[in-house]
Design a protein. Structure first.
Length: 366
């Protein structure tokens, strides 16, 4: 019976680590965005790690996949299980912290393929910790499936394949797109809220200055505000979050006006997406104006989308000779649209037809 439980744990943990790792390796940039949330001030306040988020993301996801493979083939059992144990303890701490303090709503354990709440992620890690603990106390029952030479070959091949996959998706795009802006999706459909969707429960909090100290009062406590207190601000506290559509905070704003509905009606619309022009790839940006001119000849409406300031936009337009207009959209929404900075998205009547990395501009079908 012990052997059956041990072998089941081996398969369960190994396969889950491989699947979870490959999903994140398919989109390491997206996972790095999640790490930046953990490094930010509201969470662990480690801004010095933010520039290394992508490198850390790649290291963790490759380690996750390789450890899963090593567990399945029984390679160096003691070191493999110790590594799995340390990794799952780290993940369990992060997911518990996120859930308890409500600082990161989605840990990104399965990327955009499967969204889990913080408590669901924590529960998943507790289950994995349970099975890895079983493996820890039954290490002698995990025997190698192959001889040492074959195992070493599998280790090297697994590592090299992971590195190649990481290199490929960083220089092109995710192999499988799980995001709401994937090719074939209608943007309007992604923004719709069903009639029977659960509504958010919001409590209004009023902030008053009471004898030099800011205090919060709910609506029910307004009659208890001391005389002489002065109003400072009001904020909404979400008691229960309702349905949030897959596509939200998507705008095409310029000079205070949202042109989204006007532009999405176009049959041939090209979006040049660069969430931060200061961080955009210089070689990629240098290709954009030539593409713009080619698209105009083909009858396309071409616009830029960014979260950069008007001053940054003007600097970029002068530097790269760009002659199309940029429209504002939230940076998170733009990062969701595409991972490359810049990237090109072709839309026809609100339907996403094609998306390419700046390295693959020659593959656009205009």
């Amino acid at each position: 019976m012990k052997n059956i439980i041990t072998q089941f744990s081996r398969l369960f943990v190994g396969i889950l680590f491989i699947i979870s790792g490959l999903i994140k390796l398919n989109d390491p940039v997206g996972f790095s965005y999640k790490l930046v949330e953990y490094f930010s001030e509201p969470v662990f306040n480690m801004p010095f790690l933010e520039p290394f988020a992508l490198a850390i993301a790649l290291f963790l996801v490759i380690l996750e996949v390789v450890l899963g493979v090593l567990l399945l083939i029984g390679y160096n059992t003691k070191s493999t299980i110790w590594s799995l144990l340390i990794l799952i303890i780290l993940f369990t701490f992060l997911t518990f912290y996120s859930a308890y303090f409500e600082v990161v709503k989605d840990c990104g354990c399965f990327g955009d393929a499967l969204k889990l709440t913080s408590w669901q992620s924590f529960t998943k890690d507790i289950v994995l910790l349970f099975f890895i603990t079983i493996l820890y106390f039954n290490q002698e029952r995990i025997q190698p499936l192959f001889n040492k030479k074959t195992q070493n070959i599998i280790l090297v091949v697994s590592y090299l394949l992971c590195c190649f996959m990481g290199y490929w998706v960083l220089n092109h795009l995710p192999i499988i797109d799980f995001r709401p802006f994937k090719v074939g999706n209608n943007i309007y459909d992604g923004m719709m809220i069903p009639d029977n969707a659960p509504k958010s429960e919001v409590e209004m909090i009023f902030i008053y200055n009471v004898n030099g100290v800011q205090k919060e009062f709910t609506e029910k406590e307004l009659m208890q505000i001391p005389a002489g207190a002065t109003f400072v601000d009001r904020k909404d506290k979400i008691i229960k979050e309702g349905y949030v559509p897959p596509i939200h905070d998507f705008t095409m704003e310029k000079d205070g006006e949202d042109y989204k509905d006007r532009f999405l009606r176009h049959e041939q619309l090209m979006l040049i997406v660069a969430y931060d022009l200061n961080k955009s790839n210089k070689e990629g940006m240098a290709k954009i104006e030539a593409l713009h001119q080619k698209a105009l000849i083909k009858g396309y409406k071409v616009i830029g989308m960014t979260a950069s300031s008007p001053e940054q936009i003007e600097v970029a337009k002068k530097r790269f000779g760009l002659t199309f207009n940029f429209y504002f959209c939230d940076a998170i929404a733009l990062k969701t649209i595409e991972r490359a900075n810049p990237s090109i998205v072709i839309i026809s009547k609100a339907v996403v037809k094609q998306k390419v990395h700046y390295n693959d501009i020659d593959q656009l079908k205009l």
